[in-house]
Design a protein around this ligand. Structure first.
Ligand code: SAM
Length: 206
């Protein structure tokens, strides 16, 4: 069965996330700038979509950037936007990361922003255990007062993904990563315009 993310066009995703009332695209890009400063060498970005945040990457720190996504159209756009700028360093990989048989290249760091929501904490921790990067960083959203998808004229387009998304339990994610050899090195909260929060957690391999 096709992943529901294949039913959400990239322009709809980016327009919705970038609305001033939602403000998530901008917040994710600034979180990524901070995440890139915490690692170097090679980085795997899970759920890269159209490459939001890649403009923040300090190219002198990275020899390889692996962008992975289940939606091939997102990767096509990402390639058009960034391949020339990054030369041979950007590698886009079409894969469903909820499938444990999918093998990824080794990477020094994994960045997964608004991604664990769709594969679950256990599957994510298992993959990290398999890859063993030195640095892991995730951003996930907290929805105390509002629904999972922020209200906008585009909300309906996200109906297909409602069936696979769930709130990330930060304490559980932290526990699972500890069990596979990581210690948390950072916890940060970002307040969004509509009252939602993003939480960022970073871990280092012990
Ligand atoms: C909410 S978007 C986040 C995009 C991006 N990180 C950002 O900052 O805008 C979630 C992304 O994860 C991808 N995704 C969801 N489930 C996936 C899976 N099982 N395997 C690979 N990619 C997946 C979606 O296609 C989408 O691009």
């Amino acid at each position: 069965m096709s992943n529901p993310w294949n039913e959400v066009p990239l322009d709809v995703y980016e327009t919705h996330m970038g609305l001033s009332s939602v403000g998530q695209l901008q917040m994710l890009a600034s979180a990524m700038k901070e995440q890139f400063c915490c690692c170097k060498g090679s980085v795997a970005i899970f759920g890269i979509a159209g490459g939001n945040g890649l403009e923040q990457i300090p190219l002198d720190r990275f020899s390889a950037i692996y962008g992975i996504d289940v939606n091939p159209e997102y990767l096509e756009y990402c390639g058009k936007r960034y391949e020339a700028k990054f030369g041979g360093r950007l590698h886009l990989i079409h894969a469903d990361l909820s499938d444990p048989s999918v093998e990824l290249p080794a990477a020094d760091a994994v960045i997964a922003d608004l991604f664990v929501e769709y594969v679950g904490e256990d599957s994510f921790a298992m993959r990290i255990d398999h890859m063993k990067p030195s640095f892991v960083s995730c951003v996930f959203q907290k929805n105390e007062t509002c629904g999972f998808v922020s209200v906008s004229p585009y909300t309906k387009a996200f109906d297909p993904i409602e069936s696979i998304c769930h709130d990330v339990e930060g304490t559980r994610l932290d526990q699972l990563l500890q069990e596979v050899g990581y210690r948390r090195s950072n916890l940060k909260t970002y307040l969004l315009p509509n009252g939602k929060h993003f939480v960022r957690m970073d871990w280092l391999r012990m």
